[in-house]
Structure formats: structure tokens, C-alpha cells
Design a protein around this ligand. Sequence first.
Ligand code: NAP
Length: 866
Amino acid sequence: MNKPAGSPEEFDAVVVGAGFSGLYMLYRLRQLGLSVKAFDSADDVGGTWYWNRYPGARCDIPTTDYTYSFDPELEKVWTWSEKYATQPEILDYLRFVADRYGLRADIEFSTSVTSARWDEQEKRWSIATDRGTQLRCRYYIMASGCLSMPKSLDIKGTDRFAGKVYFTSGWPHEDVDFTGQRVAVIGTGSSGIQSIPLIARQASQLTVFQRTPNFSVPAHNGPAPADRLAWLARDREEYRDAARWSRGGMPVELTDVLGVTASETVARERFEDAWKQGQLFAILGVFADQGVNPASNMIVGDMIREKIRSVVHDPQTADALCPKDHYFGTKRPCLDSGYFETYNLPHVRLVDLHKQPIMSITEDGIDTADESFGFDAIVYATGFDAMTGALAAVNATGRDGLALTEKWAAGPSTYLGLMTTGFPNFFMITGPGSPSVLSNMAVSIEQHVDWVADCLRDMGAEGFETIEPTPVAEAGWDQHVRDCGAITLHPTANSWYMGANVPGKPRVFLPYIGGVDAYRQACDDVVAQDYLGFRRTGPGGERCHDGVIRRMQPDVSLVLQVMATMGLPPMETLSADDARAMMALAAAARPPSPEVGEVTDGVMPGPAGDLPYRLYRPATAGPHPVVVYFHGGGWVLGDLDSDDPLCRDLCVRSDTVIVSVNYRHAPEARFPAAAEDAYAALRWTAAHAGELGGIPGQIAVAGWSAGGNIAAVACQLARDAGGPPVSGQLLLTPVTDSDMTRPSYDENGDGYVLTTPLMHWFWDYYADPADRGDPRAAPLRGNLEGLPPACIVTADFDPLRDDGLAYADALEAAGTQVRRVRARGHTHTSVTMVGVVISGAPVRAEIAEALRDFFPSRTSLGNPLE
Ligand code: NAP
């Protein structure tokens, strides 16, 4: 490369790191014909596997999968010796790869990047290293690893100790012999759990200082799994493809068995089978719901605790080793070889730091609150500043002098975990917001490297020089990452996934938990939509198709996917009776609903005969305000059972009596039967509030969908016909008009359960065209003066969204107080799917709060179900 004398050397790309990701990145960039320089602070390749050479260090993804797949020839010439390879073997593999593709020539070892600054004028990064080198590059790629920056020691007196000190994250290259020594190990994460059994073999005395016990399952190491080897031999490409499109980056069969509904026998069988496999994804997938449902998770956690107790002889030690403060899987579980058995050895002792915390490291050992220990060596297995530590360490400064650390002061923010706004041409391999540490890293690394390389190829072909995500795209992805994490149990744990292991680090769930498959699809979709959410610039101008790649709540999209696989006929092609039967079948398959104080069924008089109702009374002492509720179903479908879970949920959350009324349905009873029944039910309930356990005079109406329609109508009728006074109206994704030309019908009329054809089907059954403008069918067209306060819920992916918004606007214009609740990322039906769609819970909590606010004399309960 030519350069004027004295000016910094120029490269197309600089890569930080020469581990799994850096090596492959280098390989791909070279293939593109780009000039590249890679740096690594180690004196050889290997990354994680260079530094973490402590005794017992092994991968915990089977070697059939923890391997590069980009070159079939490489897979032919390298054979792994066992199921979980040791660190020396993995390091040998990475050296072999570096040599095979001649990668070392472009790597500067024993060199760290100390700063990187974006020059907006030149459209280049200026890089400085600790060897005083200055260079410039167009693309700056961080392949610096997720667990490569050791956590600073946060224990008093660490510099006092006169004996030997070791860190699992930076183990010496020469042999360490603990024979005859008194050794302390601090930390019981994967590194501690892997090294403790081996250190115990040599040490004369081993004391393990444990702050938090960890879940660990036996690795059952041995030959690589025969079924996987056979599949690879049969069709390597098929296997690799299955891995790329799997949830965790390794093909495993996913179950639909729920822990909460599984029999004890089934639960035990599934658990024991996973236990035998000795694979993380097996034990993390005993039940489909163990990552999201506390009760289901507890079943697995209890069985693991039972195993620990069955292995460890001393009951006190066994108890101390049983994790109790976090759900299984919310901290990274470990795979071990003889870990718990080690505590049965006479020279091994566990010190529970919750009972006797470390006061200080001393000259000759460790002082806890109760004891002084003498040691010859201390091993720190205290973990990493995960996922962001290594990125922060290179001091990157983006446009307008913005430092990455400053931008991420409240937690990282990225688009796809690949790039971050304000830092053009700055790429991260497996950055925060990508599946990374929750997946088989080998697969995730290859996917990221391929994406970046393909992106640079496309930029070159289209004449672009810079690329950067837009603020809209980045905020949207951050939200999606948070939404995915929020429905899991992860946020409840003090894990390094949450940044909780490093004092002062913002508490944010760092990885993307939507799955390797879903993530790959999102990345592919971004590219297919002309790099949606990226701004690319070049001499010919700029191009940007701005937008958000995933707006739907993850569990809502999962429900839609499952429904799509069921091959159900469109409801509007069925008769009303068949549609009702289909609804009843679906209702029978729902998980248990929340318990309420009391449920009774009864009948009340209606204009054309008795109306069945179901009354839900809270467990708290009454009397309570009363809410008359009308179910959804397009005036045709639905009954007391269909909305039972929602009524229970509302009853508990709002601490009100819910009276769910089964009004007459079309086509048997057409307009205005349902509306008249609704009003009659309101009057009767108001008149009998005291007998129902309610507070007379404190009555509201609520309804979902068509039920929202007749609830709104009932309020108008009550105003016009002399009462009763209504304290509030809760309209959950209501039908408020018969006009189906609003934009939400165009945007959401297909693919989100409630479709435009289905709405036509409902209207056709319910009302003659001539009646559809009647305010009792289209309350939006009525007189909106003097109506009770409203809470109107609208969902983003609902054809009725604009019906709800229009009613909210119109009520406000007429002077009514309106609380708008937006069910972000939801469909017409998903908010009501209690116990199925977890992301609906916060929306229902807000709705319940609105209900309580209709009755200001009641005290606030908080969110009893949260
Ligand atoms: P880790 O999981 O963060 O564990 C660190 C341990 O040190 C924890 O038990 C922690 O307790 C304890 N600790 C930290 N600071 C302490 C203090 N001041 N006083 C007392 N105890 C303290 O770190 P790791 O074991 O190095 O593992 C990190 C991750 O690397 C793993 O989760 C895994 O993803 C990866 N890893 C993988 C392998 C493999 O593939 N086989 C092997 C090793 C590591 P608290 O829990 O109370 O904070």
C-alpha cells in the first residue's frame, strides 16, 4: 500500500481480536480483496481460548457444533477428540485455522488498540495502539469477544497477599502445580466449577469461597454424540443449516410440553432424559415454558437441587450448594465433571460467603467475618465485565466527539447488536443486542461475520463509503430486545447477563433472547428491505430506508406463528355454529386462569328473556365497585367462558366485582338486540349492586371488541334514558364505527387474527346496512356529550385500532376525560390472552389501574398479579 512518508498507514479494515470471530472476519475480508490489519493483545491467536487456560477449561457446547462451518474442507481435515474439547485442543484448532488460511500475516500480536476516533471529514477511523502505531481505516470491526474483559477485583486487600495469585481469565502458560498446597478458590461460576475438581486433585487443602451457588449439570463427557456425528456424516450441510436456523445455534428438538400442565411422571421423564444428555440446551429445554413461567421453572430447579443433595454427603454443604436466589437458567448454568462430588473429599471445604463474608485478603490468606484462613495460593474465578467491557476498553469516539462509553452510560444501545448510531463503519461481532452468549457462539459468530462481510461487499458494489444505523431503527431494536427479555425470568436475576456482577454497571439485559433463528431472519429481512434502518452514504449521495424491523411483541408473534401452523380455516368461511365450536375448542386448551375470591353464575332479566351472567368477586373484603362486562366475538361469537380468564384477571387486578353478561347473539338475534341487552344488564346490575357484593352507585361498564361497542352504546343509552349514572367505560379494542376505510384496516386487515373479511362477516350477521349508521351500532356517530370518563385501549396490529382512536378523539372533543392505553406490539386479541401472552400483563395492569381510577374512593392496590 502506498502512503506519503510520515502519514499513518491506511487499511480498508482494522479488526480487534484474533479469536474465533477475529480469525473468520479476517478470512472474509481478505476474500473481499480488502486490506486488513488485526490486533490482539495476546502473543498468539485464540482469544478466550488463549487466556482461559485454567485446569479443566473446556467448551460446553459439543464439539460437533462448537466449530467453524464456513469451509467443508476444514471440517474434513480436523477431527475433535471428544464431546467437550479441552482448552488446549480448542487453541490448537484455532492455531490450525490461522495457519491453514495464512491469517497470521495480517495480525499484529501483543498489541492493544488504545483509541479509535472517527474522522467525519475523511470518513475514516484513526487508530492508535499501545505500541505507538497510528493507522487509518475505513471500517473498524470489534471482534473482541463477549467475555474477554476480566472484572476488576472488588475484594478488600487483594494486593496484600504474599502467596501465589492466579486468575482463571489469565492463567499462566507454564504448568501450575498445586501439589501439597493450601489453595483458595473464589468464585463458583463456570470457570470455578470447571477448575475446582482438578485443583482438588493436587491441593493438600482446597477451600472454595462461594457467594452465590450455581446450577450445574454433569457434562457426561466422552465421545462426541453419535446421533450428531451420524447426521453430519449423512448430510453435513443440512446439519449446519439446521443449526443456523435453530433457537440456540445447535439443532435440538423443541418441546411444546408445558411444565405447568405436565404430569409428575412426564416431568420426571423429561428431566431425567435431559440430565442424561449432559447438554445445556437439553436441560434448558425440559419444558417449553421454563424460561418464562416461575412455576414451571421451579420444577426443573427443584429436581436439580434434589440431584445436588443426592450427591453431596454433608447435608449442610449440600444445602449451601443449592441455588435458591435465582431461577434456573437466569444465570448461566454450568456443565461440570465431578464438581459436586468434589465436596465429599476430606480436604475440600465450602465457605458460604452469605454466612461469613470476606472481610479482607491478608498477607497469608483470607479473613472472613468468622475465621482467618491461611493459604499458599489464591485463585480468582470472579468473572468478566461481560459483553460491553471489551468494547468500552478501546476508547472509540464517534461523530461529534461522542465517546462510546458516554453514549452507553445508561446501558448499550445497538441496531441488531451489529452497529450503533453515531459510530459510522464501526461493527461489533456478537455485540450487545445479538444472541451471542445465549447461543452457540460458533454459529452466532459466523452469522455476524458473514453479515458484515456481505454488507461491505454490497456497499462496495453500490458505491457507498459509510454505513450507520438510524436513531429510529436503533431505538426500535433496543425496544424489541427489551421486550424479548421482559417476558422471561432473566430480569429477576443478578446475573452478568444483566450487568449485575459489576458494581455500578447499568442493569440492562444485554443479549437478544429471541433466538438465533429469529435473529438471523431479522438480519436477513433488514438486507432484503434495502438495509432497512441503515443510512449509507457515498460520493453519489446517500440512501436510507428508515424504519423498525420488529415492532410486534415476541410472544404475540409466536402465537401467530403457532396459529399459522395449525391450518385453521378462516372463520368467515364457517357457519356461526362451527365458528362457535372452534372458539370453544381453543378456549378449552388455555392454561389455568387466575384464582378469584368467588365465582357464581346467575341470570338476570333482559328485554327478551333471561340473560346469563357470571359474577367474579375479589378475595379482598367487600363491598367493591361493580363492573358490568361484555365479552368480545363480533356480536356472533363468545360467551361467559370465552372471556373468563380476562374477567378473572381484571377482577384480581382491579379489586372490583365483575359481572360478565351473556347478551343475545347474531344471527339469531340481530341489531339492536345486543345493545338493548347491554343496557338492560347495566340497569339491572346497578339496581342490585348491593346484593351482588357491590357498592351501590359505583358502577362502570367494560367490554372487549364488539363487547366494547355495546358497552359504549350502553353509556349513551344510560345518559339518554335516565340512568343509571356510570362511573366509567373501559373500551378494550372496541368497534366504534361501521366505516371500514380507516388506515388501520389497510395496515392490519390481514394476518393478525381479526381480519377485514371477518369484520364484514360479523357486520353482515349483526346489522342490515341501513342500520349500521345508527349510533346503537356505531356509537362514534352518536351524541358524545355528557358521557362517563373512558379508558380506551388500542392495539398496534388491529384493524380496529383507528376505531378506538377515533372514539377517543371524539370523546375528548366532547369534553369527556379519556385515558388512552396503547397495547404496543399487540393484535386485537393478544392482550386478552391471559397466561399465554405474557407481554399483555403490563397492559392489563394499566387497564386495571384505569378501572380503579373510575372509583376514586377506593385505595390503590398496586398490581397484585405482577
Ligand atoms: P461468573 O460466571 O461471573 O462467575 C464469577 C463467580 O465469582 C461467581 O460465583 C461470583 O459470585 C463470584 N464473585 C465475583 N465477585 C466476587 C466477590 N467480590 N466476592 C466473592 N465472589 C465473587 O464468571 P466465570 O465463571 O468466569 O464465567 C463467566 C462466563 O464465561 C460463564 O457464565 C460462561 O458463559 C463463560 N464460560 C464458559 C465456559 C465454558 O464454555 N465451558 C467456561 C468458563 C466460562 P456471584 O454470582 O455472587 O456474583
